[in-house]
Design a protein around this ligand. Structure first.
Ligand SMILES: NC(=O)c1ccc[n+]([C@@H]2O[C@H](COP(=O)([O-])OP(=O)(O)OC[C@H]3O[C@@H](n4cnc5c(N)ncnc54)[C@H](O)[C@@H]3O)[C@@H](O)[C@H]2O)c1
Length: 441
């Protein structure tokens, strides 16, 4: 029996009536395990149903008319998610009529959240909840019906990313720096707080290291005190400039500990070391996701990450700047896939690190060309004849890894997870989002 089937088995068993469920049983019930069946390999390694992986799939995922994947884990529809960031709804969509204090035009209009019974409803802390990934995770957990507390110091995140939840009885937002301790009663902690783009994490490398160590230490201390399950969002950067390709979780990495990226890479490595030390020493229930490059709506467009940089440059008709000769490879996953993976990992019994990324591999040059083409198509749809960007090359950045591609076998085996979004489909949504943002400024 595969690990994923064992997880399913234990979840199914917990559905039998129990007088007073243990917290483990409550955890099993929380997640609608039927959604795990999408893409779950059968004994022969074949994908069992719709929702199969994009890469290496034996059957095609069920698609919407626009080619995007149909099922969203947690029973949340893609249309609902889109209404929170998508074009045509105004930036932030439903949030426009929301206010936490005064409702002159009547009660606030909130996105539709599920009603969970008290045994299923969790109180979940998301550190870094106002950031790019954090805000999508908060959206999904809220729509699934949980109580969510987001904490953030707004270094790279923005309240605007979560303003559509302000005033909702299931939601709380706290301005807090994770370098300082905090005391809260929660069942689960998703620890995301940490700047993720080189521009931001290199702006104050000592603070980045403090966030990596003390931030994780404080969140783990909280998890230990209140017996919450803890999930660390680690990174593919722990592999450094890898000598192994694609990267498996068993690879120990090749990181320059004194280079300009060390504050982030080593900060995450020490965060992983702390996480497993708390697990061994104090029995904290931990999960570690190693996230590969992720993109999507709500990326900060000034943070210099490849996707947001290229899209903004292409939308402005500026030159697309590639550092190096463009032959370095990257794999990019769409943010909804990542959120699916994070929730699946949190709800699984698996405690070793798990790669979450899309193994579709592109050279940086191919990616730049694809973005220019998508931006031109999008502008043409609006009769907007902008200037087509050309690609220019700048010297390579120190310690920039040459190749990066996740081996996602473990995620498939233990979580039944594989990316559903082709990079091109995610890019279409992201281009539409940035286009809309640009026309609002
Ligand atoms: N996006 C990716 O491609 C990627 C890849 C690998 C790992 N990750 C990890 O995922 C997490 C989220 O990344 P993201 O892309 O959403 O980045 P982001 O910068 O958009 O979000 C990080 C959030 O953490 C907050 N934050 C930073 N330092 C803090 C502190 N000391 N106290 C409280 N809040 C703080 C920021 O204000 C921001 O809201 C990070 O831990 C990052 O390392 C992301």
């Amino acid at each position: 029996m595969s690990a994923a089937q064992q997880i399913l088995g234990s979840a199914n068993m917990s559905e039998s009536p129990a007088q007073s469920p243990t917290s483990g049983e409550r955890n099993d019930r929380l997640w609608d395990m039927s959604s795990f069946r999408h893409g779950l390999p059968d004994e022969g390694g074949n994908s069992s149903t719709a929702g199969a992986p994009v890469a290496g799939a034996n059957s095609e995922p069920e698609k919407n008319d626009d080619g995007t994947p149909k099922p969203m884990r947690g029973g949340v529809s893609l249309d609902t998610m889109r209404s929170l960031y998508g074009p045509g709804t105004g930036f932030g969509g439903l949030r426009r009529s929301n206010s936490s204090v005064v409702y002159p035009g009547g009660p606030p209009e909130f996105p539709p959240v599920k009603k969970l019974n008290p045994l299923q409803k969790k109180r979940i802390l998301v550190s870094g909840g106002a950031g790019f990934v954090g805000s999508h995770l908060v959206d999904r957990l809220m729509l699934m019906g949980h109580d969510v507390i987001a904490i953030d110091n707004y270094f790279t995140g923005s309240k605007m990313n979560l303003a559509h939840w302000f005033g909702h009885p299931n939601f709380e937002m706290i301005r807090h720096d994770v370098v300082d301790p905090i005391m809260l009663e929660v069942d689960q902690i998703y620890h995301l707080a940490c700047p993720a783009s080189p521009v931001h994490y290199q702006a104050n490398p000592v603070k980045t290291l403090k966030t990596g160590f003390f931030g994780t230490y404080n969140m783990l201390g909280l998890a230990k005190r209140v017996k919450a399950r803890f999930l660390l969002t680690s990174t593919s950067e722990v592999y450094g400039d890898p000598e192994e390709h694609p990267q498996k979780e068993t690879y120990w990495g090749h990181v320059n500990c004194i280079g300009p990226r060390a504050c982030y890479d080593e900060g995450k490595r020490v965060a992983e070391a702390l996480t497993y030390s708390y697990a061994r020493q104090d029995g904290v229930d931990v999960r570690v996701a190693r996230i590969f490059n992720t993109f999507g709506p709500r990326m900060n467009w000034h943070d210099g990450r490849v996707v947001s940089n290229f899209i903004v440059q292409a939308l402005k008709g500026d030159d697309i700047t590639i550092y190096g000769d463009g032959s370095a490879t990257r794999s990019f996953q769409y943010v909804h896939d990542l959120v699916d993976g994070l929730i699946a990992l949190m709800e699984s019994d698996y405690t070793d690190p798990v790669n979450l990324g899309n193994p579709e591999e592109y050279t940086i040059k191919e990616f730049a060309d694809m973005i220019v083409e998508l931006v031109n198509e999008h502008r043409a749809r609006y009769g907007d004849a902008g200037k087509t960007s050309t690609v220019t090359y700048l010297p390579a950045v120190a310690d920039d890894p040459q190749r990066r591609k996740p081996d996602t076998t473990r995620a498939k085996e233990v979580l039944g997870w594989a990316p559903q979004w082709a990079a091109v489909d995610g890019l279409k949504e992201t281009v539409a989002y940035f286009y809309q943002m640009m026309h609002q400024h």
